[in-house]
Design a protein around this ligand. Structure first.
Ligand code: SF4
Length: 430
Protein backbone atom coordinates (compact mmCIF):
# COMPACT_ATOMS: atom_id res chain seq x y z
CA UNK A 1 0.00 0.00 0.00
CA UNK A 2 1.38 3.43 -0.95
CA UNK A 3 1.45 6.01 1.88
CA UNK A 4 0.40 9.62 1.27
CA UNK A 5 1.27 12.72 3.31
CA UNK A 6 -1.03 15.75 2.78
CA UNK A 7 0.15 19.27 3.71
CA UNK A 8 -2.51 21.99 3.65
CA UNK A 9 -2.36 25.77 3.35
CA UNK A 10 -5.09 28.41 3.32
CA UNK A 11 -8.77 28.69 4.16
CA UNK A 12 -11.35 26.33 5.67
CA UNK A 13 -12.49 25.42 2.14
CA UNK A 14 -8.98 24.24 1.33
CA UNK A 15 -8.82 22.25 4.58
CA UNK A 16 -11.97 20.53 3.39
CA UNK A 17 -10.40 19.93 -0.03
CA UNK A 18 -7.54 18.10 1.72
CA UNK A 19 -10.09 16.05 3.69
CA UNK A 20 -11.67 15.09 0.35
CA UNK A 21 -8.28 14.16 -1.16
CA UNK A 22 -7.69 11.93 1.91
CA UNK A 23 -11.14 10.33 1.56
CA UNK A 24 -10.73 9.60 -2.16
CA UNK A 25 -7.21 8.19 -1.69
CA UNK A 26 -8.21 6.04 1.29
CA UNK A 27 -11.10 4.71 -0.83
CA UNK A 28 -8.64 3.83 -3.60
CA UNK A 29 -6.45 1.83 -1.19
CA UNK A 30 -3.79 4.41 -0.30
CA UNK A 31 -2.67 4.92 3.29
CA UNK A 32 -2.44 8.35 4.96
CA UNK A 33 0.57 9.27 7.10
CA UNK A 34 1.41 12.27 9.27
CA UNK A 35 4.84 13.21 7.96
CA UNK A 36 6.68 13.47 4.66
CA UNK A 37 9.67 11.27 5.65
CA UNK A 38 7.65 8.05 5.72
CA UNK A 39 5.40 8.87 2.76
CA UNK A 40 5.70 7.56 -0.80
CA UNK A 41 3.60 10.43 -2.15
CA UNK A 42 3.47 14.05 -0.93
CA UNK A 43 0.44 16.20 -1.70
CA UNK A 44 0.90 19.92 -0.99
CA UNK A 45 -2.48 21.66 -1.12
CA UNK A 46 -1.63 25.29 -1.88
CA UNK A 47 -3.10 28.79 -1.46
CA UNK A 48 -2.48 32.10 -3.30
CA UNK A 49 -4.40 34.59 -1.16
CA UNK A 50 -1.33 36.37 0.25
CA UNK A 51 2.07 37.08 -1.34
CA UNK A 52 3.82 36.01 1.86
CA UNK A 53 2.09 32.60 1.93
CA UNK A 54 2.76 32.10 -1.77
CA UNK A 55 6.50 32.66 -1.32
CA UNK A 56 6.57 30.30 1.64
CA UNK A 57 4.81 27.59 -0.40
CA UNK A 58 7.13 28.03 -3.38
CA UNK A 59 10.17 27.63 -1.10
CA UNK A 60 8.54 24.54 0.42
CA UNK A 61 7.94 23.03 -3.05
CA UNK A 62 11.61 23.56 -3.90
CA UNK A 63 12.77 22.05 -0.57
CA UNK A 64 10.49 19.00 -0.87
CA UNK A 65 11.57 18.34 -4.43
CA UNK A 66 15.27 18.57 -3.44
CA UNK A 67 14.87 16.54 -0.23
CA UNK A 68 12.78 13.76 -1.79
CA UNK A 69 13.77 13.41 -5.47
CA UNK A 70 12.37 9.84 -5.61
CA UNK A 71 8.97 10.57 -4.06
CA UNK A 72 5.90 11.64 -6.08
CA UNK A 73 5.19 15.33 -5.38
CA UNK A 74 1.69 16.62 -6.15
CA UNK A 75 0.93 20.35 -5.94
CA UNK A 76 -2.82 20.85 -5.55
CA UNK A 77 -5.20 23.74 -5.07
CA UNK A 78 -5.10 27.36 -6.26
CA UNK A 79 -1.39 27.72 -7.15
CA UNK A 80 -1.43 25.21 -10.06
CA UNK A 81 -4.24 27.36 -11.55
CA UNK A 82 -2.18 30.55 -11.52
CA UNK A 83 1.52 29.51 -11.44
CA UNK A 84 1.77 26.14 -13.26
CA UNK A 85 4.89 27.11 -15.27
CA UNK A 86 6.72 28.45 -12.23
CA UNK A 87 5.90 25.36 -10.16
CA UNK A 88 7.28 23.15 -12.90
CA UNK A 89 10.50 25.20 -12.81
CA UNK A 90 10.73 24.79 -9.02
CA UNK A 91 10.02 21.04 -9.13
CA UNK A 92 10.31 19.69 -12.65
CA UNK A 93 8.76 16.28 -11.82
CA UNK A 94 5.84 17.53 -9.74
CA UNK A 95 2.26 16.74 -10.78
CA UNK A 96 -0.37 19.48 -10.76
CA UNK A 97 -3.94 19.11 -9.50
CA UNK A 98 -5.99 22.27 -10.01
CA UNK A 99 -8.62 23.52 -7.54
CA UNK A 100 -11.42 22.37 -9.92
CA UNK A 101 -10.05 18.82 -10.14
CA UNK A 102 -9.77 17.39 -6.64
CA UNK A 103 -11.94 14.46 -7.72
CA UNK A 104 -9.13 13.47 -10.13
CA UNK A 105 -6.48 12.82 -7.46
CA UNK A 106 -6.65 9.03 -8.00
CA UNK A 107 -6.56 9.39 -11.81
CA UNK A 108 -3.59 11.75 -11.50
CA UNK A 109 -1.60 9.11 -9.58
CA UNK A 110 -2.76 6.33 -11.93
CA UNK A 111 -2.06 8.19 -15.21
CA UNK A 112 0.81 10.31 -13.88
CA UNK A 113 -0.53 13.46 -15.59
CA UNK A 114 -1.68 16.96 -14.56
CA UNK A 115 -5.36 17.93 -14.14
CA UNK A 116 -5.86 21.65 -14.66
CA UNK A 117 -8.97 22.09 -16.76
CA UNK A 118 -11.43 24.72 -15.53
CA UNK A 119 -14.80 23.15 -14.68
CA UNK A 120 -17.49 23.38 -12.04
CA UNK A 121 -16.60 20.71 -9.50
CA UNK A 122 -19.19 19.86 -6.82
CA UNK A 123 -17.33 19.40 -3.53
CA UNK A 124 -20.11 17.99 -1.38
CA UNK A 125 -21.21 14.38 -0.94
CA UNK A 126 -17.63 13.12 -1.45
CA UNK A 127 -15.75 10.73 0.83
CA UNK A 128 -13.56 12.67 3.27
CA UNK A 129 -11.25 12.11 6.21
CA UNK A 130 -12.04 14.90 8.71
CA UNK A 131 -8.97 16.49 10.31
CA UNK A 132 -11.03 16.81 13.52
CA UNK A 133 -13.94 14.38 14.00
CA UNK A 134 -15.83 16.93 16.08
CA UNK A 135 -15.79 19.49 13.25
CA UNK A 136 -17.61 18.91 9.97
CA UNK A 137 -16.53 21.28 7.17
CA UNK A 138 -18.94 21.72 4.24
CA UNK A 139 -18.26 24.01 1.31
CA UNK A 140 -21.48 25.60 0.02
CA UNK A 141 -20.08 27.13 -3.17
CA UNK A 142 -16.86 27.99 -4.97
CA UNK A 143 -15.72 31.24 -6.60
CA UNK A 144 -17.49 34.56 -6.17
CA UNK A 145 -19.36 37.42 -7.85
CA UNK A 146 -16.57 39.88 -7.12
CA UNK A 147 -13.78 41.18 -9.30
CA UNK A 148 -11.50 42.81 -6.75
CA UNK A 149 -8.50 44.51 -8.32
CA UNK A 150 -5.89 42.79 -6.12
CA UNK A 151 -7.33 39.29 -5.89
CA UNK A 152 -5.47 36.24 -7.14
CA UNK A 153 -7.99 33.83 -5.62
CA UNK A 154 -10.45 34.98 -8.27
CA UNK A 155 -7.99 33.98 -10.98
CA UNK A 156 -7.88 30.48 -9.46
CA UNK A 157 -11.44 29.91 -8.27
CA UNK A 158 -13.31 31.88 -10.95
CA UNK A 159 -16.97 32.83 -10.91
CA UNK A 160 -19.53 31.77 -8.33
CA UNK A 161 -20.66 28.13 -8.54
CA UNK A 162 -23.13 27.22 -5.79
CA UNK A 163 -23.64 23.60 -4.81
CA UNK A 164 -27.18 22.21 -4.73
CA UNK A 165 -28.99 23.06 -1.48
CA UNK A 166 -30.17 19.44 -0.90
CA UNK A 167 -26.61 18.14 -1.39
CA UNK A 168 -25.21 20.69 1.09
CA UNK A 169 -27.81 19.72 3.72
CA UNK A 170 -27.06 16.02 3.11
CA UNK A 171 -23.35 16.71 3.61
CA UNK A 172 -24.07 18.33 6.99
CA UNK A 173 -26.39 15.44 7.96
CA UNK A 174 -23.60 12.98 7.13
CA UNK A 175 -21.10 14.94 9.26
CA UNK A 176 -23.55 14.92 12.19
CA UNK A 177 -24.06 11.15 11.76
CA UNK A 178 -20.27 10.76 11.87
CA UNK A 179 -20.06 12.54 15.22
CA UNK A 180 -19.46 16.19 14.29
CA UNK A 181 -20.73 18.65 16.91
CA UNK A 182 -19.51 21.78 15.14
CA UNK A 183 -20.48 22.49 11.54
CA UNK A 184 -18.45 24.92 9.42
CA UNK A 185 -20.26 26.23 6.34
CA UNK A 186 -17.66 27.90 4.14
CA UNK A 187 -16.92 29.51 0.77
CA UNK A 188 -15.27 32.64 -0.70
CA UNK A 189 -18.49 34.58 -0.07
CA UNK A 190 -21.32 32.80 1.76
CA UNK A 191 -23.70 35.78 1.43
CA UNK A 192 -24.21 35.23 -2.31
CA UNK A 193 -24.84 31.49 -2.00
CA UNK A 194 -27.26 30.47 -4.74
CA UNK A 195 -27.32 33.73 -6.70
CA UNK A 196 -25.83 31.96 -9.76
CA UNK A 197 -28.27 29.04 -9.50
CA UNK A 198 -31.48 30.61 -8.20
CA UNK A 199 -31.02 34.30 -9.16
CA UNK A 200 -31.00 35.37 -5.51
CA UNK A 201 -29.22 34.48 -2.28
CA UNK A 202 -30.50 31.24 -0.71
CA UNK A 203 -28.17 31.41 2.29
CA UNK A 204 -30.99 32.06 4.76
CA UNK A 205 -33.01 29.10 3.44
CA UNK A 206 -29.95 26.86 3.58
CA UNK A 207 -29.13 27.89 7.16
CA UNK A 208 -32.70 27.42 8.32
CA UNK A 209 -32.73 23.88 6.90
CA UNK A 210 -29.40 23.06 8.57
CA UNK A 211 -30.57 24.48 11.92
CA UNK A 212 -33.66 22.23 11.77
CA UNK A 213 -31.47 19.12 11.70
CA UNK A 214 -31.73 17.02 14.85
CA UNK A 215 -28.99 16.92 17.47
CA UNK A 216 -26.96 19.22 19.68
CA UNK A 217 -24.47 21.04 17.45
CA UNK A 218 -23.20 24.51 16.60
CA UNK A 219 -22.84 26.20 13.21
CA UNK A 220 -19.94 28.49 12.31
CA UNK A 221 -20.75 30.50 9.21
CA UNK A 222 -17.85 31.51 6.94
CA UNK A 223 -17.04 34.89 5.48
CA UNK A 224 -19.58 37.11 3.78
CA UNK A 225 -18.87 40.18 1.67
CA UNK A 226 -20.71 43.30 2.88
CA UNK A 227 -22.62 44.05 -0.33
CA UNK A 228 -24.35 40.66 -0.47
CA UNK A 229 -24.88 40.43 3.29
CA UNK A 230 -26.55 43.84 3.50
CA UNK A 231 -29.29 42.64 1.12
CA UNK A 232 -30.26 39.80 3.50
CA UNK A 233 -29.27 41.41 6.82
CA UNK A 234 -32.69 41.35 8.55
CA UNK A 235 -33.18 37.65 7.88
CA UNK A 236 -29.58 36.87 8.80
CA UNK A 237 -30.01 38.60 12.15
CA UNK A 238 -33.02 36.36 12.85
CA UNK A 239 -31.01 33.28 11.81
CA UNK A 240 -28.14 34.28 14.11
CA UNK A 241 -30.65 34.30 17.01
CA UNK A 242 -30.93 30.50 16.72
CA UNK A 243 -29.05 28.93 19.64
CA UNK A 244 -27.28 26.55 17.27
CA UNK A 245 -25.59 29.50 15.52
CA UNK A 246 -22.26 30.75 16.87
CA UNK A 247 -22.67 34.53 17.19
CA UNK A 248 -19.67 34.90 14.89
CA UNK A 249 -19.73 37.38 12.02
CA UNK A 250 -16.86 37.34 9.52
CA UNK A 251 -17.07 40.29 7.12
CA UNK A 252 -13.84 41.29 5.31
CA UNK A 253 -13.71 45.09 4.83
CA UNK A 254 -10.22 45.27 3.26
CA UNK A 255 -10.12 49.07 3.81
CA UNK A 256 -11.85 51.76 5.85
CA UNK A 257 -11.53 54.29 3.03
CA UNK A 258 -14.18 54.67 0.31
CA UNK A 259 -11.57 55.85 -2.20
CA UNK A 260 -9.47 52.73 -1.66
CA UNK A 261 -12.57 50.49 -1.68
CA UNK A 262 -13.47 52.04 -5.05
CA UNK A 263 -9.99 51.45 -6.41
CA UNK A 264 -10.15 47.87 -5.10
CA UNK A 265 -13.52 47.40 -6.84
CA UNK A 266 -15.00 46.05 -3.61
CA UNK A 267 -18.53 47.22 -4.49
CA UNK A 268 -19.55 48.91 -1.23
CA UNK A 269 -18.77 51.94 0.92
CA UNK A 270 -17.55 51.67 4.50
CA UNK A 271 -20.80 53.15 5.87
CA UNK A 272 -22.61 50.01 4.74
CA UNK A 273 -20.24 47.81 6.77
CA UNK A 274 -20.66 50.09 9.78
CA UNK A 275 -24.43 49.58 9.58
CA UNK A 276 -23.97 45.79 9.45
CA UNK A 277 -21.60 45.66 12.44
CA UNK A 278 -23.66 48.13 14.49
CA UNK A 279 -26.75 45.98 13.90
CA UNK A 280 -24.93 42.75 14.77
CA UNK A 281 -23.41 44.24 17.91
CA UNK A 282 -26.77 45.71 18.99
CA UNK A 283 -28.47 42.30 18.68
CA UNK A 284 -25.49 40.31 20.04
CA UNK A 285 -23.44 42.57 22.37
CA UNK A 286 -21.03 39.71 23.12
CA UNK A 287 -20.89 38.53 19.49
CA UNK A 288 -17.51 38.05 17.80
CA UNK A 289 -16.76 40.25 14.78
CA UNK A 290 -13.98 39.10 12.46
CA UNK A 291 -12.62 41.14 9.58
CA UNK A 292 -9.81 41.29 7.01
CA UNK A 293 -7.84 44.42 6.06
CA UNK A 294 -5.24 44.96 3.35
CA UNK A 295 -2.80 47.67 4.47
CA UNK A 296 -0.63 49.60 2.02
CA UNK A 297 -2.83 49.37 -1.06
CA UNK A 298 -0.93 51.46 -3.68
CA UNK A 299 -3.45 54.33 -3.68
CA UNK A 300 -3.73 54.39 0.14
CA UNK A 301 -2.99 57.94 1.32
CA UNK A 302 -2.36 58.90 4.96
CA UNK A 303 -6.01 59.91 5.13
CA UNK A 304 -7.15 56.57 3.67
CA UNK A 305 -5.04 54.75 6.22
CA UNK A 306 -6.59 56.85 8.98
CA UNK A 307 -9.96 55.59 7.67
CA UNK A 308 -8.94 51.96 8.26
CA UNK A 309 -7.42 52.80 11.65
CA UNK A 310 -10.57 54.69 12.63
CA UNK A 311 -12.77 51.74 11.70
CA UNK A 312 -10.65 49.26 13.71
CA UNK A 313 -10.52 51.58 16.68
CA UNK A 314 -14.30 52.19 16.67
CA UNK A 315 -15.61 48.70 15.82
CA UNK A 316 -12.91 46.69 17.65
CA UNK A 317 -12.85 43.48 15.60
CA UNK A 318 -12.12 40.45 17.81
CA UNK A 319 -10.47 38.57 14.92
CA UNK A 320 -8.29 40.59 12.56
CA UNK A 321 -6.71 39.12 9.44
CA UNK A 322 -4.25 41.82 8.38
CA UNK A 323 -2.35 41.51 5.09
CA UNK A 324 0.24 43.83 3.63
CA UNK A 325 -0.66 44.58 0.01
CA UNK A 326 1.13 42.30 -2.43
CA UNK A 327 1.01 42.57 -6.22
CA UNK A 328 -0.16 39.50 -8.13
CA UNK A 329 0.48 38.98 -11.84
CA UNK A 330 -2.73 38.86 -13.83
CA UNK A 331 -4.61 41.16 -11.43
CA UNK A 332 -5.60 44.77 -12.16
CA UNK A 333 -3.47 46.02 -9.24
CA UNK A 334 -0.35 44.34 -10.67
CA UNK A 335 0.46 47.49 -12.64
CA UNK A 336 0.14 49.86 -9.66
CA UNK A 337 3.26 51.34 -8.04
CA UNK A 338 3.69 49.99 -4.50
CA UNK A 339 4.14 52.12 -1.40
CA UNK A 340 7.49 51.82 0.40
CA UNK A 341 7.93 48.77 2.59
CA UNK A 342 8.79 51.00 5.53
CA UNK A 343 5.52 52.96 5.27
CA UNK A 344 3.48 49.76 4.91
CA UNK A 345 5.19 48.07 7.89
CA UNK A 346 4.67 51.12 10.10
CA UNK A 347 0.97 51.25 9.16
CA UNK A 348 0.62 47.49 9.69
CA UNK A 349 2.02 47.61 13.23
CA UNK A 350 -0.16 50.63 14.09
CA UNK A 351 -3.26 48.78 12.88
CA UNK A 352 -2.31 45.59 14.71
CA UNK A 353 -1.68 47.47 17.94
CA UNK A 354 -5.06 49.17 17.62
CA UNK A 355 -6.75 45.81 16.99
CA UNK A 356 -5.02 44.17 19.98
CA UNK A 357 -6.12 46.95 22.33
CA UNK A 358 -9.73 46.75 21.14
CA UNK A 359 -9.96 42.95 21.15
CA UNK A 360 -8.54 42.77 24.69
CA UNK A 361 -11.00 45.40 25.80
CA UNK A 362 -13.89 43.38 24.35
CA UNK A 363 -12.87 40.34 26.38
CA UNK A 364 -12.38 42.08 29.76
CA UNK A 365 -16.15 42.05 30.34
CA UNK A 366 -16.08 38.22 30.55
CA UNK A 367 -13.75 37.99 33.57
CA UNK A 368 -15.62 36.36 36.47
CA UNK A 369 -18.54 35.45 34.22
CA UNK A 370 -19.84 31.91 33.62
CA UNK A 371 -19.98 30.97 29.91
CA UNK A 372 -21.08 27.88 27.99
CA UNK A 373 -18.16 26.24 26.16
CA UNK A 374 -17.97 23.43 23.61
CA UNK A 375 -14.56 21.70 23.79
CA UNK A 376 -13.40 20.80 20.28
CA UNK A 377 -9.64 20.39 20.66
CA UNK A 378 -7.19 18.69 23.00
CA UNK A 379 -3.90 20.60 23.42
CA UNK A 380 -0.71 19.48 25.16
CA UNK A 381 -0.20 19.56 28.94
CA UNK A 382 -3.76 18.55 29.79
CA UNK A 383 -5.11 21.75 28.27
CA UNK A 384 -8.23 21.86 26.11
CA UNK A 385 -9.48 24.44 23.64
CA UNK A 386 -13.16 25.20 23.40
CA UNK A 387 -15.43 27.83 21.94
CA UNK A 388 -18.02 29.87 23.78
CA UNK A 389 -21.36 30.74 22.17
CA UNK A 390 -19.72 33.64 20.34
CA UNK A 391 -16.89 31.47 19.03
CA UNK A 392 -14.34 33.04 21.40
CA UNK A 393 -11.46 30.66 22.17
CA UNK A 394 -11.66 29.42 25.79
CA UNK A 395 -8.77 27.41 27.26
CA UNK A 396 -9.67 24.96 30.03
CA UNK A 397 -7.41 22.70 32.05
CA UNK A 398 -8.44 19.08 32.52
CA UNK A 399 -7.72 17.14 35.71
CA UNK A 400 -4.80 15.36 33.98
CA UNK A 401 -4.16 11.59 34.50
CA UNK A 402 -3.71 8.79 31.96
CA UNK A 403 -6.73 9.52 29.79
CA UNK A 404 -6.60 13.18 30.67
CA UNK A 405 -6.00 14.09 27.00
CA UNK A 406 -9.57 13.20 26.04
CA UNK A 407 -11.33 13.92 29.29
CA UNK A 408 -13.11 17.10 28.15
CA UNK A 409 -13.07 16.55 24.38
CA UNK A 410 -16.51 16.92 22.80
CA UNK A 411 -18.02 18.13 26.08
CA UNK A 412 -20.33 21.10 26.63
CA UNK A 413 -19.19 22.78 29.84
CA UNK A 414 -20.06 25.70 32.10
CA UNK A 415 -16.80 27.59 32.60
CA UNK A 416 -15.95 30.58 34.80
CA UNK A 417 -13.59 32.99 32.98
CA UNK A 418 -10.52 33.69 35.11
CA UNK A 419 -8.37 35.72 32.76
CA UNK A 420 -8.37 36.98 29.17
CA UNK A 421 -5.87 37.68 26.41
CA UNK A 422 -6.23 39.39 23.02
CA UNK A 423 -7.41 36.24 21.21
CA UNK A 424 -8.41 33.84 23.99
CA UNK A 425 -9.88 33.46 27.44
CA UNK A 426 -8.85 31.12 30.24
CA UNK A 427 -11.53 29.44 32.31
CA UNK A 428 -12.16 26.87 35.01
CA UNK A 429 -14.95 24.32 34.89
CA UNK A 430 -17.39 25.64 37.39
S1 SF4 B 1 -14.82 38.71 -3.46
FE1 SF4 B 1 -13.01 39.73 -4.19
S2 SF4 B 1 -11.43 39.20 -2.68
FE2 SF4 B 1 -13.08 37.74 -2.44
S3 SF4 B 1 -12.49 35.96 -3.68
FE3 SF4 B 1 -13.83 37.34 -4.91
S4 SF4 B 1 -12.47 38.66 -6.06
FE4 SF4 B 1 -11.30 37.73 -4.36
Amino acid sequence: MKEVYIETYGCAANQNNSEIIGGLLRGAGYGLVGNSDIADIIVLNSCVVKGKTENKIKRRVQDLSKKYPKKILVIAGCMPETDAKELKKLAVDCLLLGTHNFKNIVNLLKNYENYLDKRNEVKVGLPKISSNKLIGITQISEGCLGNCSYCKTKLAKGDLFSFDIDDVVKSVESDLRNGAKEIWLTSQDCAVYGVDKYGESRLVELLRRVLLLKGRFKVRLGMMNPAGLFLILDEMISVFKDKKMYKFLHVPIQSGSDDVLKSMRRGYEIELVEKIVERFRKEFPDGVFATDVIVGYPSESVGDFRGSLGFVSEFKPDVFNLSKFSRHKGTEAWKLKELSGEVVSKRASELMECHRAGALDNKKKFVGKKVKVFVNKSLSGGLFEGRDENYNIVLVKGSGGEFGWKELLGKNLEVVIKSVGVHHMVGEVG
